[in-house]
Every structure is written in structure tokens, then in C-alpha cells.
Design a protein. Structure first.
Length: 279
């Protein structure tokens, strides 16, 4: 195990040296500190697993310098980055109701809960992935107004209406890139922790017409995500395969699944970070 972690840490350092990195002070850390990124993707109701992941990381003092989000992962990322607090994230996330999601009442929900109005003002660096429907290309929110960025990354085509922003027609980044691991790499992360919620889509149950849209969306996303995950150093896969994407009644179960799955990789993460500090 230690040999593997040494090799992985060495690989991380080589990778970091080959990427033009932003100045460390962008992430509010001292020079020489390893930049840790967590990448959170779409999972609808399953995305409450992200809450458990962040709670476990915070509990074990694993630093989070950067959050990259898409879909509901973007919403969870914004709620965490708002105050850099897992407890604050849990409080607000658990008060986000299914009807708020289905009726897309995102602006009213966030306007009452967010302390910061712009991405660059957040205490944790947040990047939100979207897709421009006019061109089919990826669009990244890395600065500017926070609420439109969260709204755009939440849009599932066929379920919600696209967001008009700066002459673009935006929907979730899942369409063009799946789980946006590559963004964390491009932004200079030394250690990328990705949370994969795509498991179990092969046994998805069709109950409503919207399920066909969601299944098509997730099949495309899963294919792109599989490729993206090759760039992650640690992948967390909470056991949420039996949770329906729209079953918000099981969000506590999803959160605990994320917490338990993260606890299993804590020793690996700590050893990697320790080896980086020693080097």
C-alpha cells in the first residue's frame, strides 16, 4: 500500500510540474502546499452523497482548496463554498425540497441562503461546468454572478429550460464532458478526488416519460465520465445505485452512503498528502 502511494504521490508531483498552475494565493494557501480539488457531478437526488463526502473529508481534516461541479454537484459545491462549512452545506441541502428542484425555483432558494453573490468572492474556489447548446461546446463559470452559474449547470435538457447568459444558451456541463475532472487538472490541482454517481444506470426503472430523458442523459454522461475519471487520482463511489434519481425522500441515505464511501479512502488520502509534504 505504501509503495503504491509513494508511486502515486511521485506521479502527482510530476503531473503538477507539467501543468501551468495559478498562483497559490488564488486558493488562499501557502506556497508549496498541495492543491486538493474535489469534483462533484450530477446525480439528482443521489447528489446528497456529495454532502456526506464533504462531511467526511472535513471531519478528517482533508483540505479542500477547489470544488468543480456539474448538475446537482454544482449546487452542492456552491452551498459548501458559500461558507466553507460541511455543517452549513448539510443544513441548506436538507432544506432543498424536491418541488424546488422540479419547479426549478433555484434563484429564490439561493438568494435567501448565499452570503456571496460572485464566484470569485467565495472562500473556496468554485468552478461550475455548463454546455452551450448553440455550439455544443463546454462553458466554464469561473467568475461572475453565482446564481446564474448554478442555474445553468443544473439544467437537464428536456426537463428544464436552458439559461440565457451572455448570448449563450446554457445547460449542464454533463452534456459535453460528464464529470468535469479535466477542469480540476487544468486549474492546477495536485490531488483530484472525484465522486462518481453513475453506477446502476443499467438497471434503471422507467416509471414516467421523463425517465427516458434522464436515462438518455445519464448514458451519455456515464460514457464521458468514464474517460474523465482516468484523470482523477482518487475516485469515490458511494453505493447509491438503488436510489432513483428523483427520490428525494432518500437524501439522508444518499448522504450516509457518501460519508461511508469517503471514510474508506481516508487512509489513502492522508498518506498521499503526507508523502507530498515530505517531498
Amino acid at each position: 500500500m505504501r509503495t503504491f502511494c509513494k508511486l502515486l504521490a511521485f506521479s502527482l508531483l510530476l503531473t503538477a510540474c507539467s501543468i501551468p498552475k495559478p498562483k497559490p494565493d488564488i486558493y488562499g494557501i501557502e506556497s508549496g502546499t498541495a492543491i486538493v480539488a474535489i469534483v462533484l457531478g450530477e446525480g439528482m437526488a443521489r447528489s446528497y452523497a456529495h454532502v456526506g463526502v464533504i462531511k467526511a473529508l472535513e471531519e478528517e481534516n482533508i483540505p479542500i482548496h477547489m470544488v468543480v461541479g456539474s448538475g446537482m454537484g454544482g449546487l452542492m459545491g456552491a452551498l459548501y463554498a458559500n461558507k466553507k462549512s460541511a455543517n452549513d452545506l448539510e443544513w441548506h441541502a436538507m432544506n432543498f425540497k424536491k418541488e424546488m428542484y422540479m419547479d426549478f425555483k433555484i434563484q429564490s432558494f439561493l438568494s435567501q441562503r448565499l452570503v456571496h453573490s460572485k464566484l470569485e468572492a467565495l472562500p473556496v474556489r468554485l468552478f461550475l461546468a455548463a454546455t452551450d447548446l448553440k455550439t455544443g461546446t463546454s462553458y466554464l463559470f469561473d467568475k461572475g454572478p453565482l446564481i446564474p452559474a448554478v442555474q445553468a449547470t443544473l439544467v437537464v435538457p428536456g426537463i428544464f429550460k436552458p439559461i440565457h447568459f451572455e448570448n449563450k444558451l446554457l445547460v449542464s456541463g454533463e452534456i459535453s464532458q460528464g464529470l468535469p475532472v479535466e477542469i480540476a487538472k487544468q486549474r492546477g490541482a495536485d490531488l483530484i478526488v472525484a465522486v462518481d454517481l453513475t453506477q446502476g444506470i443499467d438497471s434503471y426503472t422507467f416509471k414516467h416519460d421523463r425517465d427516458i430523458t434522464i436515462q438518455s442523459y445519464k448514458i451519455s454522461s456515464a460514457s464521458l465520465t468514464k474517460k474523465q475519471l482516468e484523470g482523477a487520482h482518487v475516485v469515490i463511489r458511494p453505493e447509491v445505485s438503488k436510489i432513483d434519481f428523483f427520490d428525494f425522500s432518500r437524501k439522508r441515505e444518499a448522504m450516509l452512503a457518501g460519508y461511508d464511501a469517503t471514510k474508506k479512502v481516508i487512509p489513502e488520502l492522508k498518506e498521499i498528502l503526507q508523502l507530498q509534504e515530505e517531498d
